[in-house]
Design a protein around this ligand. Structure first.
Ligand code: ATP
Ligand code: MG
Length: 418
């Protein structure tokens, strides 16, 4: 048989045992989101292409090169979402959420799609867990957003991941900064990579984000955003920093940190493994986007959020131990199978995971399967057991065997397991 079909490049199947990492990360993230009182929002994976073109910006890598955009049968230009913030902002506007309560704390978990060159830590379908706080420009919201990311990372026992922080100003102070940056980049143009020469004109801050050695060197003494902030932006940054300092949340200021999306203002931050900070290894990326909701036609709504890359987080954690079933049933006839299903129902009701042997022909092969699955206990049901209303309960760890009346089974399982 030839394998006619295979998955699309950059689109991965996620299965056991790797899936246990994803489940663990998602459940820890969900728990933390809940503890910080964020509510879940689920948006579609398809949106109008224009939503991303307008919000992320046309001269960004995402919109220029990475979006899956196509016309559907009705002629609508649609994109698979490359990120979660623009769709969530669209939702906020579409449902007039500000009329109920402008201040909202939302989270999302789901797949994102970018047509990038697949490599380690870079997929075409990947998953993000993210949050957004809408409706406040209080620097304390920034503090809490960074604390939440930090809490998830430490709850996953991931160490040596550090936060870097910067402020990229606002429409008041950024134009003057960009003017200076442009003229600086003009002076080092020859030393920049081809992409960056283009970026120098279209999206100059992105040049600071280039990971190529030559560009890093050429921009080592580029003007820094933090030297050009207006009073409000620098006040906001000090508010954020004093909050983080008072709460002893560790971070470093990285004046080269920018984001690849146009909609950010003021705070930008990233969490990445401490070693080789310039590599493609940011796990969490976030920042403030005070003008996004307005840009999409909504009311002025300052906001902040982050997105965590689940695959990149998975690369940093150990695979959680997957437990075998508590009980594996070994029925020796079709009548005893019915009894096995009935008893399994009783045990499942008490929260015990049960599997019933079938397919395997002999008692020996069923016991082998129980062993392979890592079952704690085996319940054998043969002719005699069926006739006299009992089962044979066997503990796999030491082979101890007991005869147990059907009615006493839940208690006996509890006793034998401990
Ligand atoms: P990078 O600089 O690595 O390309 P980015 O700036 O494009 O990242 P964001 O758009 O801010 O990333 O996305 C937030 C997070 O999502 C990243 O920090 C990363 O963990 C994850 N991520 C982004 N793109 C991918 C991808 N193609 N595959 C896997 N994870 C990704
Ligand atoms: Mg990218």
């Amino acid at each position: 048989m030839t394998k006619e079909f295979r998955s699309v490049q950059g689109f991965n199947d996620i299965l056991s045992p790797e899936i246990a990492k994803f489940q663990h990360i998602e459940s820890v993230a969900r728990r933390c989101f809940g503890l910080f009182n964020f509510r879940e929002v689920r948006t579609p994976v398809l949106e109008q292409a224009g939503l991303f073109e307008r919000s992320i910006g046309t001269s960004t890598d995402i919109v220029e090169k990475e979006m899956y955009t196509f016309e559907d049968k009705g002629g609508e230009r649609l994109s698979l979402r490359p990120e979660g913030t623009a769709p969530v902002a669209r939702t906020y506007i579409e449902h007039n959420i500000d009329k109920q309560d402008a201040l909202q704390r939302w989270f999302y978990i789901g797949p994102m799609f970018r047509h990038e060159r697949p490599q380690r830590g870079r997929l075409r379908q990947f998953h993000q867990a993210g949050v957004e706080i809408f409706g406040t420009d209080d620097p304390f919201a920034d503090v809490e957003t960074i604390l939440l990311a930090d809490t998830i990372i430490s709850s996953l026992a991931v160490r040596d991941v550090t936060a870097r922080l910067n402020s990229i100003g606002c429409p008041v102070c950024r134009p003057a900064y960009l003017k200076e940056l442009r003229s600086y980049l003009g002076s080092v143009r020859e030393r920049l990579c081809e992409d960056c020469r283009k970026r120098a004109d279209t999206n100059p801050m992105r040049v600071l984000d280039c990971k190529k050695e030559g560009c890093l060197e050429a921009t080592a003494s580029a003007p820094r955003t933090t030297d050009h902030l207006c009073n409000d932006c620098s006040g906001h940054l000090s508010g954020l920093r004093s909050g983080l300092d008072a709460l002893k949340i560790p971070y470093t200021i990285d004046t080269r940190l920018v984001r690849g999306l146009d909609y950010y203002s003021r705070t930008v931050f990233e969490f990445a493994p401490a070693r080789d900070t310039r590599a493609q290894n940011a796990i969490v990326a976030g920042g403030r986007y005070d003008y996004l909701v307005e840009l999409l036609g909504g009311p002025h709504t300052p906001a902040i959020g982050f997105a965590m890359g689940i695959e990149r987080m998975a690369a940093l954690i150990d695979t959680p131990v997957q437990r075998g079933p508590a009980v594996f049933f070994v029925p020796l006839s079709s009548e005893s199978r019915v009894k096995a299903v009935r008893l399994a129902g009783v045990l499942r009701h008490t929260g015990r995971t049960c599997e019933i042997g079938y397919g395997e022909k002999t008692i020996k092969s069923m016991l082998r399967r129980a062993d392979r699955l890592g079952a704690d206990l085996v319940i054998i049901i043969g002719e005699e057991e069926l006739r006299d209303g009992f089962v044979t309960l066997k503990r796999m760890s030491d082979g101890t065997q007991e005869r147990v009346n059907d009615a006493d089974l839940p208690d006996a399982v509890g006793r034998m397991k401990s």
